[in-house]
Design a protein around this ligand. Structure first.
Ligand code: ZN
Length: 276
């Protein structure tokens, strides 16, 4: 299928209104933002929650409120983070999946130093538990790969049955502590994955546009949004997440491809939890 999936990551765990006043923070703001992105062509929303102070949280009730608001308005695929707070326990990183049954969730395939300030812990025991739990409740893992070692780690879990194929990868380029956002790195990572897999990629910060173009050229799916980038162009903040989605949509059409609808994305990714 010559369709390209646009994922929007509207919030993430870090940017605040001081970085960009348009970052959605509350469940209502996130739901309104996601609805606008769905109208602009996003098929998937990758969601993080914030507590009342604006810090990343795995609070189940925040997820529930947001998920319910979004589900009442549109059919966008929900991809919930399992890594919204570096201090969350293994249990709180999974509890919202078990209760809310999103169609997708992130699966970070290794531990790394995070932004030169902390440790992004994904212990082998946690990854086994998370992979098996996601299989049981039909939540498709989006394997987040910050460097090549994480790719090989995911392949180990595939062989072991902790993950089942075909896998879907999200290459995260330009995170401090991970692989830099260069086209060469993307080409290399893409060359590693088996043919039956699907993949998407994005660059953080200044690497955003080169990686967006290169991903489209290589036939991947794309991710945009303020989790990764609050600037639309040099010295110009994005007005909204939908502005990023609309640009990605224009680029997809310029290369004679089509934007995948949520249902087309479900088919491409083989999702199972349609009813939610
Ligand atoms: Zn995320």
């Amino acid at each position: 299928m010559d369709k390209t999936i646009i994922t929007v990551a509207p919030t993430g765990a870090w940017p605040t209104k001081e970085n960009n006043p348009a970052v959605p923070m509350t469940p209502q703001e996130i739901a309104d933002d996601v609805y606008e992105c769905w109208q602009a062509g996003a098929a998937i929303a990758h969601l993080h929650m914030r507590d009342d102070e604006g810090k990343g949280t795995m609070n189940k009730e925040k997820f529930r409120e947001t998920v319910e608001l979004i589900r009442s308005k549109c059919d966008i695929i929900l991809n919930l983070t399992t890594s919204g707070d570096l201090h969350a326990t293994d249990e709180t990183r999974m509890a919202h999946l078990i209760e809310l049954r999103p169609e997708m969730a992130s699966y970070d395939a290794g531990t790394m130093n995070w932004a030169h300030s902390g440790i992004f812990m994904n212990h082998p025991l946690f990854l086994e538990k998370l992979g098996k739990t996601m299989q049981e409740i039909n939540v498709k893992p989006e394997i987040e790969v910050f460097d090549a070692g994480m790719f090989y780690n995911a392949m180990y879990y595939l062989k072991k049955g902790v993950l089942t194929g075909p896998l879907h990868f999200q290459f995260v380029l330009g995170a401090p502590g991970g692989t830099a956002a260069t086209v060469e790195n993307l080409v290399y990572l893409k060359s590693l994955i088996p043919n039956d897999c699907t993949w998407s990629a994005f660059g953080i910060g200044a690497g955003h546009m080169p990686i967006l173009y290169a991903t489209l050229a290589l036939g991947g799916h794309v991710r945009v949004g303020m989790e990764d980038n609050v600037y639309y162009a040099k010295n110009r903040l994005a007005k909204s997440n939908a502005e990023f989605v609309a640009r990605a949509g224009r680029l997809i059409r310029e290369i004679n491809k089509e934007i995948a609808t949520p249902d087309e994305a479900r088919q491409i990714l083989g999702l199972k939890n349609r009813a939610g």
